[in-house]
Design a protein around this ligand. Structure first.
Ligand SMILES: C[S@@+](CC[C@H](N)C(=O)[O-])C[C@H]1O[C@@H](n2cnc3c(N)ncnc32)[C@H](O)[C@@H]1O
Length: 210
């Protein structure tokens, strides 16, 4: 490859990585799926998408679906965007934004066919519990974002947090708890692979939006 060809390829890679980050024009208004992805297709959202290994694996497996990650850490957002560019995935977007705010103010209403929440930070100290993602107001926001009949899939390794999450889910209106039998080759999140390798249990809950 000539130097010009190398430079052109690198410029294309950078442009694709930049396209993978969704930077809302207006952070006080909900966007449409077409604005975010440039196409209309079923949407899956991964709140707290981390390094992006799950969302990238899902996007490669289901090119006919759109995948949006929300993540507050810049380095993780950039890593996911670079991963999407490297793999030529045009169906991935990452939003550098707090998950509750994204659901309350930015994501399209009744748009998500599946919401994934893998290994949300457990904030184990009692005085940090208000920082936990799972709160009543988050469930209200989720209800606005998930389409009727859509699903919310939650996984954690942290049993005390799971018990907390179950109480929040029991109180939430407009969802029903359903059974979750996962296929063995379903993509794993980074944290899931890490905990499974140590032989630790994974707690899971699946909801259907009524
Ligand atoms: C424990 S990691 C799990 C990452 C990934 N879901 C997985 O299973 O491998 C939690 C991720 O959520 C992000 N995060 C935590 N709270 C968040 C919030 N309120 N809004 C957006 N991202 C958040 C963290 O930066 C971190 O990348």
């Amino acid at each position: 490859m000539t130097r010009e060809e190398q430079e052109k390829k690198h410029a294309e890679f950078l442009a694709a990585a930049e396209r993978a980050e969704w930077k809302p024009k207006d952070i006080t208004q909900r966007a449409t799926v077409a604005e975010i992805f440039g196409r209309q297709a079923p949407l899956e959202v991964d709140f707290g998408s981390g390094d992006g290994s799950f969302i990238l694996a899902m996007a490669a497996r289901f090119p006919e679906r759109n995948f949006l990650g929300t993540e507050r850490m810049l380095g993780r957002v950039e890593k996911t965007c670079r991963g999407a560019a490297r793999r030529g995935l045009s169906n991935v977007r990452v939003l550098r934004m707090e998950s509750l705010y994204s659901a309350q103010w930015l994501l399209p209403v009744e748009s998500a066919s599946i919401v994934h929440i893998g290994f949300p930070d457990p904030w184990p100290k009692r005085h940090h519990h208000p920082r936990r993602l799972f709160q009543d107001e988050f469930m209200v926001a989720l209800h606005q974002v998930v389409a009727p009949g859509g699903e919310v899939r939650i996984k954690t390794d942290d049993q005390p947090y799971f018990l907390w999450i179950e109480k929040v889910l029991d109180r939430a209106k407009g969802f029903e708890r359903i059974e979750w039998v996962e296929e063995p080759d379903y993509p794993k999140t980074d944290f899931e692979s890490h905990f499974l390798a140590q032989g630790l249990p994974i707690y899971r809950a699946k909801l259907r939006r009524l």
